[in-house]
Design a protein. Structure first.
Ligand SMILES: Nc1ncnc2c1ncn2[C@@H]1O[C@H](COP(=O)(O)OP(=O)(O)O)[C@@H](O)[C@H]1O
Ligand SMILES: [Mg+2]
Length: 271
């Protein structure tokens, strides 16, 4: 479990708190979405998960190991994989398989073990067959899937994605969201996804909403979708179909939440 106990963080001594008393837990097998307006502390939270940042007060533990204890820092880093917003920033290899092998090579693993990990990671994100392709020839969505494969090759128990779909088109976005869902629900990773994608949020097991560095919502996505003022507070707006569904529900019609697409609203009206 990744656990935040009353975590506060400020970037400089005189800066305001970027995170303020955050408590949360992420279990293996769980898909948790983190939402919040710009500057609400989402990226700060993500970078605290694997010890990239050190809490100003409070503690972050990963399976009981303190994220900033020098004795466990490397273990923690190997247990938490990170994927960031811009795929171009994360590419280090000249061909796909070399890029994916970068992490395991730095761990000093034997080459046959690296081969096994690279092959299974590329397969997990649907990039098998493109092993010798130059990364700059990949689509943005493929590049982001390569970044996911690179993180997976480290065999982390937890994965933290900071706006992984922000640079992608709808097709690339859907593919990455499906991967995050499968990694949590089929493969048993604990997955934390910072995202504004309402479709992705709706599929999470739990949503954590941040405002001004504080947790203002922690619960099922349905609870968030039904709470218009909370949605506004965490910087989300519902797609038109979901707004329609909410309005119909408010008039007593039996339309299930969260309804992210028009077809499911229509289907529930015709039942
Ligand atoms: N490297 C940094 N140095 C100083 N302040 C920062 C830095 N990164 C973020 N901040 C500040 O911390 C707060 C939270 O930022 P961030 O975690 O990036 O929010 P989000 O990812 O939700 O947009 C903001 O007020 C932001 O200006
Ligand atoms: Mg951010």
């Amino acid at each position: 479990m990744i656990r935040f106990d009353s975590v506060s963080f400020r970037y400089r001594g005189d800066a305001p708190l970027a995170l303020d008393g955050v408590c949360l837990a992420l279990e293996a097998g769980e898909l948790v979405a983190v939402v919040g307006a710009n500057g609400s502390g989402k990226s700060t939270l993500a970078r605290l998960c694997d010890g990239l940042l050190e809490p100003t007060s409070g503690s972050v533990t990963v399976d009981g190991l303190d994220s900033v204890d020098p004795a466990s820092l490397w273990k923690v880093r190997s247990m938490v994989g990170m994927v960031f917003q811009d795929p171009d920033d994360q590419i280090v290899g000249t061909v796909v398989e070399e890029d994916c092998a970068f992490g395991p090579e730095n761990l000093g693993l034997p080459s046959d073990e690296i081969r096994v990990r690279v092959d299974s990671s590329l397969r997990a994100v649907g990039l098998d067959g493109l092993e010798r392709r130059e990364p700059h020839l990949l689509s943005e969505g493929q590049k982001q899937r390569l970044a996911v494969a690179g993180a997976l090759a480290m065999r982390p128990r937890y994965l933290v994605f900071d706006e992984p779909t922000a640079m992608l088109d709808p097709v690339g976005r859907r593919a990455v969201l499906e991967i995050t869902e499968r990694l949590a629900h089929a493969e048993g990773h604990g997955v934390l996804v910072v995202s504004h994608d309402i479709g992705g949020v709706a599929r999470a097991d739990r949503v954590i909403g941040l405002a001004g560095g504080r947790v203002v919502f922690d619960g099922a996505p349905e609870g968030l979708m039904d709470d218009a003022s909370m949605l506004l507070r965490v910087g989300l707006s519902l797609p038109p179909a979901a707004r329609l569904a909410a309005a119909l529900r408010a008039r007593g019609l039996d339309v299930p939440a969260p309804a992210a697409d028009a077809e499911s609203v229509v289907a529930s009206l015709w039942r």
